[in-house]
Each structure stands twice: as C-alpha cells, then as structure tokens.
Design a protein around this ligand. Structure first.
Ligand SMILES: Nc1ncnc2c1ncn2[C@@H]1O[C@H](COP(=O)(O)OP(=O)(O)OP(=O)(O)O)[C@@H](O)[C@H]1O
Length: 794
C-alpha cells in the first residue's frame, strides 16, 4: 500500500540531514577560525624565536671575540719578566685573574651556545601540543614543545616536554587529572588536548583528542620512510612509554616490550628526561648505555642531540669486557653463535647455563671467602732472570695479616707492603758502588734532564739523587708488575675455583675437560664468553678493584642477550648506578635454541631489596599490521602482542629451487628499492650473509655489513640478524627461510626478530623446502608463491 508523504518532523530523515549539514558547516567554520587563531600564534612565536635567535647569535659572536681578546691578552701577560721575585708574584696574581676571566667568559659563551641550540630546535616547529586546564585559581592554556621558550616578560610561550606540568599532555585524558610538581601533587581539570604537526612555521595538521596521542598523528609519523638515524618521539610518546621515561626513583626499571614497542625510544627520551630533572647534579658522562652492536650506536646517535642533549657513553658488552681484559680477546656473542650453529653438544649447553647463572657468581664469592692463603695463586715477581719477590715471600706477607680483615683489604695491604719493600731494597741498591760508577757514565743530556729544576747542597747529594733515580728507573718494571697485580695469577685462581664448582649432573671428566679447554684458551690469549663475568668478579673481589662509582644510570638494551652472571657483574662494577633493563624475551636470537628460562623473575631477584618498577609494552609500532600479525603468529605466546593500526601489503613467502634463489633475491631487492630507502637482506648467520653477498654482488648494488661497521647507509644491505638487532628498515628480505634452517621451534625467535625489523614491506625467501614454522601458520597471513617445478615440491 502506498504511504502518504510525511511532513518533516524533528526526527524525520530530511530534517536530520538539514540539521546535520548546518551543524557540519558551523563546525567547519569554527575549525577554520581555530586554525587561523593557532596559525597566528605560531607566526607570532616564530617571530619571537627569530628575534631571540638573532640576538643570541649576535651576543655569541661578541662573546667569542671577547674570549679571543682575553686569550691573546693572557699570552701577553705571561710574557712579563719573571726574573725579579716581586714581578713574579705580581705576574702570578695577574695570570690568575686572567685565567678566572677566561673561565667566566667561556661559561657565558657556553650558556649562549645552549640558548642558540635551544632556539634552533624550536625554529620551524616550535611546539606539538597544547593543553587547556582549569585550576582552582583560573584557566590556563599551555603549549608544549622540545624546549622552553619565554617572551621578554618571562611568560612561558612554550613549555619543555619534560616540565612537570607537561606530563598532563602525555598521561591525562580529559577531565580531572593530576601532575607532580616540586610543591607536591597538583589537581586540575584537563579541558582540552590538542596536537599539532608544524613544519617550517606552518600548521600541517591539528587535532583535538582525548587520547594520549591521537592515532592519526601516529599513523602519519610511522608511515614515513626511515633513514640511517632514529628520530625522537617526544611529540607522540604513549602513556605506557611515558611511565618508563618519567620514572626517577627506581633502582631497577625493568621493561619487557615486544619488538617495535618503543623500548629503545623510551631509553633515549628517558635519558633526556633525567638530564633535565637533575640538571645540576647529573651529566651525560654519568650515564652509560650497553648497546647490542656498533651499528646501533650510530643509528641512535642523533636522538639526544635532537632533544638538545649530549649523547651518553655507549659501549657494547664485547667492548666492555675487552677493555677489562686488556690484551686478551673475549669471545663475542656473535662468534659464539656462529660456532654454536655448527656444533653445540648438550653437555656444553648445560655447563654454559650453569656458568652463566647468578648462583655461579654466588659460588665465586663463597669460594673466595673460604680459600686459605696457601691456596691463593700468588706468583713470583721475576726481573732480569732473578726472582725479586718469591711466591713464598708474598704468601707469608698475606698470611700474617689479621684473619678478620676483608680479603680485598688484605690484598691491597700485601701490595702496599711489596711496594714498600721494593723501595727499601732499591734505596739500598742505590748505595752500592757499581751504581755510583754507572752514574758517572751518564751522558750530559740525561744529566740535564734528570737534574732540571733541582738544587743540591753538595755534589754527594747530587750523586746520591742520581743513583736512586737510576735504580728506580731500572726497576720500574718490578714496580709496574706489583701495581698491576701481576703477583697473582687470576686465571690459575679461577681454574682452581672451577675445580671446586662442578655441578650435579655433569661428569667429572666433562668438567675437567672444560677446565682444560679454559686453560688452553687463556694460553692462546682468549677468554670464553661464559667465563668472562665470573672471572672478572673473582678478580675484583680479590683485589677490591674494578668498580666505577661515578656512573649513576646504566641502561641495557636487549637485556635478553645478557646472562644473569653478566648482569650480576655489571651490578658489582657500577655500584652507584640505577639500572634500566629493557628487552624482549622473544628476540632471544643467541640462546633460544638452548635456554628457555624467563629471565625477568630472576633479574628481579638480583635486585631484591631495591625499588623495582616493572613495565610491559605490548603494542608494536614499527611494522604494518600485516607484518606484525605474521611475526607474532610465529610465537607460542604471541597473542599478547597488538599491532598498531597501520595497513600495508601482506608479507610474501617465496619458495624457489636453489638454482633460482639468487635471481629471486635480486629481483625482489631491486623491486623493493624502487619504493623504499633501505632494503635489508637478513640472514641467520654471518657465514650465510657472506656467501650470499659473494653471489649477489655482481647482480645488484649491495653492501655487506660486518660487526666492524659503524654506520648504516641507504640502499640494499646484507647482514646477519644479530647485527640488525635494535635496527629497522623500510623493507626486509628474510633470506633462506627454509626447512633445514628454520625447521624447529628453537629458531622461531630468530625468525620473529628478522620479520620484526621491517617497517613497510617483508619478503621471505625459502629454498627448496619451505620452513614448517611458516607453513604451520594460517595462509591468510602471507601471500605464498611456490616457484619450484611441481615434481620437486615436498
Ligand atoms: N610513541 C611513538 N611515537 C612514534 N613512533 C614510535 C613511538 N614508539 C615507537 N615508535 C617507533 O617505532 C619504532 C620502534 O621503536 P623502538 O626501536 O624504540 O622499539 P624497540 O622496542 O626498541 O624495538 P626492538 O626491540 O624491536 O628493537 C621506531 O621507528 C620508533 O620511532
């Protein structure tokens, strides 16, 4: 039946459409006005920045000229006649005054340089956020950027992102919110949160949001192509990351974060945050980052400078251990991994797990507490073929010291006694006639050098002085040997300790074989990695040395690559440091094939009694949804990982016969390079990377990266996955993802880590037989291309 036309009522469709259109128009108009207002403010602030920058540059130029003038003047003043005593005193005072002036001048120059640096950071993009708050005493609008900016009347035009009140931008959702200010916790009503993307003084985008940072801004940021350097994330820090960045009181800050969840980013912004908050007590030299490889150090090197801060010290574990074992080569994780891939017997795995445990370090400590003096591996100090201090003599000195004295104190006292005895003997030697004869044979140049600045009352005094000098010079190696603790053989001591430490379940023969192998390694000047930490610990506990008290914050990225023994040692070596440890148990490239223990609980146990703050980051930002979904499906516990909603192409899995593998890689790499700046071909081992490179180099321009490389470059790179730890690339080709290489669950971590390096595109290439790890996944997760002749398909 035909329905009669209805008049437009309040809820009928035509009326709603009209109302909607009117409202939409009004809203757009309001938006345009708001944007105009904000752009006008950006213009105003930009003008102020330009003016302040010009003033700062001007003042800096003047300050530099003044420093130069003072410098020249200083040179003039020091030329004043210093012959007469009165003149000399006057000159000293004048020089001191000049020195103070120069120091003051340099300080003003440094402050101006900082100002200039800060203004440059703000120029072009002065802020990225705005918050409106209602406080008890009124409303306020604040703009948040990379650094502070004030106008001539000391009004804040931009708040530094690290200022206490800026936490509202990252933490608070609209409504009642709090932030911690120096005068205590403040309560406010957050009425607006606005985000900006400003380039060259122009607002490209602005949004009002209730979230920490709206997804559309993140979409834009994450969709960009990468370059050789990581960027700062201050404008888009997420709430969970913010908690890590702003924690100032934990002794141990522990983060388990999935691949691409922003762990490294969190470390770097955290460093900037800590430096800002303890500006007068903390320097970047008091912070150290243990990074996974040298490429990574270069990759992150621009983040802190982009936030106006200096880089902290960075070291890889291999470099750190190498420095502590001067002259000996400590096996690196990379070398060990390559060797493991060839052969890793079950007994070796078991011994390694044991030697890398915290309990083993406790055993080292217990051993030293109970070892009697006669069991200490003192060695004689020989010089020119004769024994200067015998083992017995050293041992007697040690044994006579009070039993209740700390071991390290006894060691130090022994050392001091040896030095005193050495000096006594040398003074006696200097009185012997032969030495006096030798003095008379010294050439004029030596005499002049040794007696310069010296005055003697008579020739005998001079002769005596020269004789002592001669003897002390000659026996300097003995002094150095004592000073460097060469009167004890730590390696022998450690081997002796090992004989006492055989665990249940390891045969006597197997354990003895391991000790013999250790001794052989030392003879060849190498230290097996699993012995490095306990050996250093033993040495330090014995000598009381090896501790660095100046480091206040220590960061470890990729914590899953550190054994508990190593973390125990680092705790000992940096006793004043707060630790921030970040890792991903699923990126355990090096030991997943034999070690399944979850380290987090064990690490927490190491810091028992301290303030521990644990965090989990489950959202992955690096890769497209499609890549993250494939990567997480490889893990048994990958269900916790959420992909940030950014879409791209599905990963492709190509399986080809070995005769076509190189052609396939070359074709894919060339195609990917059309749309991506960096294309990384990732292999499981360095051996594979080298072999692939030698066959591919004639086909496409490609660079093979090694552990000695220090920087990345755009283009096609080949590297083993362990050198790509912590890095990311626009596109990744995972090479030789085949049954024999990725056939067991033990290699899932490696494959997960490879896949999660890709930001926008991922291609996996299998040879001859596909990897069961991939074939077990739902086929919706990737596009499959089987290029094998049908009869060869297995
Ligand atoms: N809040 C954020 N805003 C913008 N980009 C972010 C944010 N968090 C992370 N990213 C980006 O995601 C990528 C991964 O970050 P990052 O390298 O810090 O993660 P990770 O957890 O250390 O990764 P992995 O363990 O896999 O090496 C980087 O490109 C980083 O810039």
């Amino acid at each position: 039946m035909h329905k009669p036309a209805q008049p437009a009522t309040l809820f009928s469709k035509p009326f709603l459409t009209v109302t909607h259109n009117v409202l939409k128009k009004r809203w757009e108009l309001m938006q345009a006005k708001e944007r105009q207002y904000e752009q006008a403010r950006v213009d105003r602030v930009s003008q102020i920045i330009t003016a302040q920058l010009a003033a700062a540059q001007n003042e800096l130029a003047q300050a530099k000229a003044e420093t130069r003038r003072l410098d020249e003047n200083y040179g003039e003043n020091t030329k004043v006649n210093t012959f007469e005593v009165d003149d000399r005193m006057e000159t000293n005072a004048a020089v001191q005054q000049q020195k103070n002036m120069i120091a003051g001048q340099m300080e003003s120059e440094r402050i101006l340089q900082d100002t200039e640096k800060r203004l440059r950071l703000l120029a072009g993009s002065p802020y990225f956020g705005r918050i409106d708050i209602q406080e008890a005493d009124g409303r306020d609008t604040l703009y948040i950027g990379t650094a502070t900016l004030m106008d001539g009347d000391d009004h804040f035009l931009v708040y530094d992102w690290r200022a206490p009140i800026s936490a509202l931008y990252y933490n608070g959702t609209l409504g009642p919110a709090t932030y911690d200010a120096p005068m205590g916790r403040q309560q406010v009503d957050l009425t607006r949160k606005r985000q900006f993307q400003i380039t060259d003084g122009h607002i490209d985008n602005m949004f009002d949001t209730n979230e920490t940072v709206g997804d559309s801004v993140l979409q834009h940021v994450l969709g960009q192509q990468t370059d050789e350097y990581m960027r700062n994330i201050v404008s888009t820090i997420q709430k969970a990351q913010n908690d890590i960045i702003r924690n100032t009181d934990a002794d141990l800050l522990l983060v388990q974060g999935v691949a691409g969840s922003g762990k490294t980013s969190a470390i770097l912004q955290r460093v900037a945050y800590l430096l800002y908050h303890a500006r007068n007590q903390l320097d970047s030299d008091q912070m150290i980052l243990f990074s996974p490889n040298r490429l990574f150090s270069s990759y992150i090197s621009k983040v802190l400078p982009s936030l106006g801060e200096k880089n902290m010290r960075q070291v890889t574990l291999a470099e750190f251990l190498g420095q502590r074992f001067e002259g000996l080569h400590v096996e690196s994780l990379f070398e060990r991994f390559e060797a493991d891939m060839a052969n890793l017997p079950a007994a070796t795995q078991q011994m390694r797990r044991y030697k890398e445990s915290a309990a083993f370090m406790d055993q080292v400590r217990a051993y030293l507490q109970t070892t009697p003096p006669q069991m200490l591996a003192f060695t004689p100090i020989d010089f020119n073929g004769e024994t200067f201090f015998s083992r017995d003599e050293i041992q007697r000195i040690f044994a006579k010291l009070p039993a209740q004295m700390r071991l390290a104190d006894k060691f130090l006292r022994t050392k001091n006694i040896l030095i005193t005895r050495l000096k006594k003997r040398l003074r006696r030697l200097a009185l012997e006639e032969d030495i006096e004869d030798e003095v008379s044979l010294l050439d004029d140049a030596t005499l002049e050098r040794w007696t310069r600045d010296k005055e003697f009352t008579d020739p005998d005094a001079e002769l005596h002085y020269l004789a002592r000098k001669l003897v002390f010079r000659r026996y300097e190696p003995v002094y150095n040997a004592i000073y460097n603790n060469y009167f004890i053989d730590f390696y022998q001591q450690y081997a002796a300790f090992l004989t006492t430490a055989r665990p249940a379940g390891i045969s006597t023969a197997g354990w003895a074989e391991m000790i013999a192998a250790f001794t052989q390694h030392v003879e060849r000047h190498t230290i097996p990695l699993s012995d490095a930490a306990p050996l250093l610990y033993l040495r330090d506990l014995l000598t009381g040395g090896g501790q660095n008290h100046s480091i206040r914050y220590l960061f470890i990225d990729e914590m899953q690559d550190y054994s508990l023994a190593q973390i125990t040692y680092l705790r000992h070596a940096f006793p004043k440091a707060h630790f921030t440890l970040l890792g991903d148990r699923d990126q355990d490239v090096f030991s997943a094939h034999y070690e399944k223990e979850d380290r987090l609980a064990a690490v927490r146990a190491l810091f028992r009694g301290g303030r521990i703050s644990s965090h989990t980051l489950n959202k992955s930002y690096r890769s497209t949804q499609e890549i993250t979904n494939l990567a997480k499906a490889l893990l048994p516990d990958g269900g916790d990982i959420t992909a940030f909603a950014r879409s791209g192409e599905k990963p492709t899995y190509i399986v080809c016969p070995h005769t076509e593998a190189i052609a396939a890689v070359s074709r894919e790499a060339t195609a990917l390079l059309q749309t991506n700046k960096t294309v990384a071909i990732l292999t499981k081992t360095a051996q594979e990377a080298t072999a692939l490179y030698s066959r591919l180099a004639s086909e496409v321009p490609v660079k093979l990266m090694s552990e000695h490389d220090r920087s990345l470059a755009p283009g096609i790179l080949i590297l083993p996955i362990y050198l790509a730890k912590g890095l990311e690339f626009d596109a990744v080709i995972a090479y030789d993802i085949s049954a024999y290489n990725f056939g067991t669950a033990g290699s899932a971590d490696v494959l997960y880590t490879i896949c999660s390096r890709a930001m926008h595109s991922l291609v996996l290439i299998g040879i001859d037989r596909p990897s069961p790890l991939l074939r077990a996944l739902p086929t919706t997760l990737y596009d499959y291309q089987d290029l094998r002749p049908t009869h060869a398909v297995v």
